[in-house]
Design a protein around this ligand. Structure first.
Ligand code: FES
Length: 112
């Protein structure tokens, strides 16, 4: 496991999402609360567009193209047309530093 610093907490607005490049992977970083940040793969599983250009609604990121919504905690699609989850990545907050390990999945418990 190797966590890489990608930005500072203050670089992310609460309720916002932005892209970051980590070890060759483009990640969408969504900040859902004061100290709540999640990382999912930036590419929508429905077509090849960037989820970081979408909107954060609670714990969901909405794809701007056809409106699929993905739970940022689990990567699961919650709204059609997407039916395939996107990858999630492990995040650590070290003070105000945001670190990601793109080789490790988020440890948020998935629903069954
Ligand atoms: S490309 Fe994202 S929902 Fe279609």
């Amino acid at each position: 496991m190797s966590f890489v610093k990608v930005c500072q907490l203050d670089d992310l607005e609460i309720g916002g999402v932005r892209a970051a490049e980590v070890d060759g992977v483009t990640v969408a970083l969504a900040r859902t609360g004061e100290r709540e940040v999640y990382a999912i793969n930036d590419t929508c599983s429905h077509a090849n567009v960037s989820l970081s250009e979408g909107e954060v609604i609670g714990c969901l990121v909405e794809c701007w193209l056809h409106g699929s919504e993905f739970d940022v905690r689990t990567g699961e699609p919650k709204q059609l047309p997407a039916t395939v989850p996107v990858e999630t990545y492990a995040i650590q907050l070290d003070g105000d530093d945001v670190l990601i390990d793109v080789e490790a999945e988020s440890s948020f418990l998935k629903e069954n």
